[in-house]
Structures are given as C-alpha cells and as structure tokens.
Design a protein around this ligand. Structure first.
Ligand code: BEZ
Length: 258
C-alpha cells in the first residue's frame, strides 16, 4: 500500500469526518444480527464498532500497525488484526465485506489481488459494499500540490487510485460478483481546524507526496498550495477549508451460477 505514517490521535481528533461520513456506507451495508462481516481498512475502528453495534460479528483489518493498535485499545471487545488486503487469507466465509475510504490507498495494479481475496472471503450470495475516492477526487488539492513540488524540482506523483464507475465495476465483476449499484458523486468535505485545515490534511495524508522533501520546502509548497486554492476552497467568513472529495460507492453480490 502507499506508505503513510498514521498519527492515530490526530486522525481521530482532526479528521473524524472520514468515519462520520462512513456511517452512511454502514447504512448501505445494513448489517444484520449474527452476520459475519470483514471490515477492510478499518482504521481506528469507529465503523467496525458501528457494524458490531448492529449485532454483527465483525473482524477489522488494516495494514497499519498503528491503526490496529489504536483500534484494539479503543474497542477492546472487538476483533482486529493487522493484515494487508492484498495478501490476507480470509479465515472462513463472510456474509459481507465492507470498506470505507481505504481502497484508494491500494495501487491500481494491486486491486486484482484485493478483489480475488474478497471473492474468496464471501459466502455464496455474500455482498461487497464499499466507498473509495472516485475519479476526480481531491483533484485540485493533488494536482496543485504536485505542480508546486515539480516547480521546486521534486518528482512527486499521485499515490492514490481513484477509479471511475466504468473502470472499477468491470474489475469487480471479473471476480465472481455482480454490481447492483454504483454511484460517483461530489462530496465537498469541510476540514477541521479552521485556517489550518488544508495544512493539517496534507500533513495527515500526504506522506508519500512529500517523501524526501525537506521541511522548509514542504512548508513553502503548502503555503503556495493554500494561496492558489484559497479562492476555490477556502471560506474566509467561516475560516473553513473544503476539500474537493468525490466518492465512488458500490454494492456487489457474489454471483455464482449466473
Ligand atoms: C479520501 O478519503 O478521499 C482521501 C483521503 C486521503 C488521501 C486521499 C484521499
């Protein structure tokens, strides 16, 4: 997965919108009492907890040891495991696989491994319900940051995978699932912490873009990005940054025998 070092306190305190918005993906999942559910990329476990609160038996996995440590401390009654979605071997069958805001961290070429794992994990008629950044997600933030880095001689590339419906749903269907719903939508997302919102966001999520860039150049890039984006993404009256999120959300079911 694209490397990011996770400060889990900062993640929970200042980026709570990640799981707050994810609550509606849990609604779409509609977990039922007694169902066995795999939460892929569970982070600090807030949505794992919501799924468990519906009476489901849920396993949260995340590639980040820091995330799993925090999730296990905060929700000690739940089951979490550090595991990479590309290589984990699912133990037994799951009624559903769920994922919120995690799949875009996995490089495009590795999604076949993930989808093969989901197919293997799902019971017959099991469902895969997920949301990730979709095509055009955080386009202004990412392209402006990469451009400012390039102007200073750094060769940064976009580390995330933000597919379109037309690109991703056939990939899912190659792995024994039928996509019954898919939607791509703009979801402008207000960032926490007022005028520092964009800087914090880049600090939390931009590790791989800024890898190898000295602190003073990072500072200069962030200031330049803020300057270029403030007309579009900053509301001076409320002192709020809004990130240009776009989401791809889908529901697919195992389609054996179709
Ligand atoms: C997202 O949830 O869309 C996202 C979060 C961090 C980095 C890139 C995208």
């Amino acid at each position: 997965m694209s490397g990011n070092e996770w400060e889990t306190d900062d993640y929970d305190d200042n980026h709570g919108f990640v799981y707050e918005y994810g609550a509606s993906v849990v609604e779409l999942l509609d977990p039922q009492p007694g169902e066995r559910i795999l939460d892929l990329g569970c982070g600090t476990g807030h949505l794992t907890k919501e799924i468990a609160a519906r009476g489901a038996d849920v396993l949260g996995i995340d590639a980040s040891a820091e995330m799993i440590e925090t999730a296990s401390e905060e929700h000690s009654d739940l089951d979490f495991r550090q595991a990479d979605a590309r290589t984990v071997e699912p133990d037994g069958e799951f009624d559903a696989v769920f994922s919120n805001a995690a799949l875009h961290w996995i490089p495009e070429a590795d999604h076949d491994a993930v989808l093969a794992m989901v197919e293997e994990a799902l019971a017959p008629e099991g469902r895969f319900v997920a949301e990730l950044g979709g095509t055009g997600n955080i386009q202004q933030i990412a392209t402006t940051t990469i451009d400012e880095l390039a102007q200073r001689g750094y060769d940064a590339t976009q580390p995330w995978y933000f597919p379109s419906i037309g690109e991703y749903t056939p990939r899912i269907e190659e792995y024994g699932m039928e996509v019954s719903r898919a939607i791509l939508f703009d979801r402008p997302t207000e960032l926490d912490d007022g005028a520092r919102g964009l800087e914090n966001w880049l600090g939390m999520f931009g590790d791989s873009i800024f890898e190898g860039v000295p602190e003073h150049d990072q500072r200069a890039v962030i200031e330049a990005v803020e300057d270029r984006l403030k007309d579009d993404l900053f509301d001076a009256e409320t002192s709020t940054w809004t990130a240009d999120y776009r989401r791809l959300r889908f529901v697919a079911e195992r389609s054996d025998g179709l």
